[in-house]
Design a protein around this ligand. Structure first.
Ligand code: SAH
Ligand code: SF4
Length: 343
């Protein structure tokens, strides 16, 4: 049995033709799955009974099993808790903006990077998600809500570039006109910064948006927030970003989680502006969502001052508007609910 959601378009076409069906049957199947959210071959009424039976013997189309759903009273942000086939759980989030819906999806069960302010990191790492599990988050949310997702951010649980192949393949599927049909510029990968993978991404020919989670302007400070910084320094990461920009011409978003008394000093803002000076970037300041003792947001005044210093130094900067914090659906608040197996 194969998971149909693991397959690229070309793979599906070849599977279908190998079974003796015409090529265009692949398009019909995809229309049922991606458009109508039908995951049962019996309902695919434009296929013959024999074909349906044959397909059923070869493929499953696993949408995710919903364990729980929470809706923010403040802004309608909806968080989904899914159970995977091996009993592990992940979370995804749907965020409503006027005229568009953004999905925030996960790439791993937990995360091996263990940033100190991130609930996902703190809850450990179990395994990478499969392509089908990444894609299915989108389909399963669309089916649950009866709404079409227009933007995707890879900012849920896990580090996408540490699950590189599956992340890339899922992006191609979500972007494919006959599959997810989500514009490539409406898809964003957020990474903690894996230099060789950032360079590899530049050569993919995929015009996705890239966001880098920087959080500190010096290695001394970043080492304490992002343990992986001891392996990949800020200089190595920013060099990779430079290469990425030379190859793609794209601006990169810099995410900076602001934590009171830790990385919100005036000197941090000045240093940040300095290290970003030669890059085409846009800084997103994110007041931390407190997930552990000792972490709190900077004052409003400090936040505005931090922003002003960056602006004065010619760095485009915005403060990210928080969504879904009352249901722990905001950045860094997704965690493992229960760990069943670590196979
Ligand atoms: N692993 C990737 C993507 C998932 S995290 C990455 O780190 O970029 C998505 C974003 O949420 C990152 O920018 C991360 O730094 C931020 N984040 C994590 N914990 C947070 C918290 N407690 N408050 C605010 N943002 C947080
Ligand atoms: Fe992993 Fe990103 Fe959380 Fe860091 S912030 S622990 S990289 S999910």
């Amino acid at each position: 049995m194969k998971n149909l959601l693991d397959l690229s378009y070309d793979e599906l076409v070849s599977e279908v033709t190998n079974l003796g069906l015409e090529r265009y049957r692949a398009d019909q199947i995809l229309d049922w799955v991606f458009d109508k959210k039908v995951n049962n071959f019996d309902e695919m009424t434009n296929l013959s009974k024999q074909h349906r039976a044959l397909l059923k013997e070869h493929f499953t189309i696993p949408f995710l099993k919903l364990l729980g759903k929470r809706v923010s009273k403040i802004d309608g942000t909806t968080k989904f808790l899914w159970e995977l086939e091996d009993g592990n759980t992940i979370e995804s989030v749907m965020i409503f903006h006027p005229g568009r819906i953004t999905a925030c999806i996960s790439t791993q069960v937990g995360c091996p990077v263990k940033c100190v302010f991130c609930a996902t990191g703190m809850s450990g790492f179990v395994r990478n998600l499969t392509v089908g599990e990444i894609v299915s988050q989108i389909l399963s949310m669309e089916k649950e809500e009866g709404k079409k997702i227009g933007n995707v951010v890879y900012m849920g649980m896990g580090e996408p570039l540490l699950n590189y192949e599956n992340t890339m393949k899922s992006i191609r599927i979500l972007n494919h006109r006959k599959m997810g049909n989500i514009g490539i510029r409406r898809i964003t990968i957020s990474t903690v910064g894996i230099p060789e993978k950032i360079v590899q991404l530049a050569d993919e020919g995929l015009d996705v948006k890239l966001a880098l989670s920087l959080h500190a302007p010096t290695n001394f400070k970043r080492d304490q927030l992002v343990p992986l910084n001891r392996k990949y320094s800020i200089e190595e990461i920013l060099n990779a970003i430079k290469v990425y920009q030379m190859k793609t011409g794209r601006r990169v978003t810099i995410e900076y989680v602001l934590i009171r008394g830790v990385n919100d000093e005036i000197s941090d803002a000045k240093k940040l502006a300095e290290i970003l000076r030669n890059l085409k970037v846009f800084v997103n300041l994110i007041p931390v969502n407190p997930t552990a003792e000792g972490l709190s947001k900077p004052s409003r005044q400090r936040l505005m001052m931090f922003k002003r210093i960056l602006l004065e130094n010619g760095i485009e900067t915005e403060i990210r508007r928080e969504k879904g914090s009352d249901i722990e659906a905001a950045c860094g608040q997704l965690r493992l609910k229960r760990k069943v197996s670590s196979s």
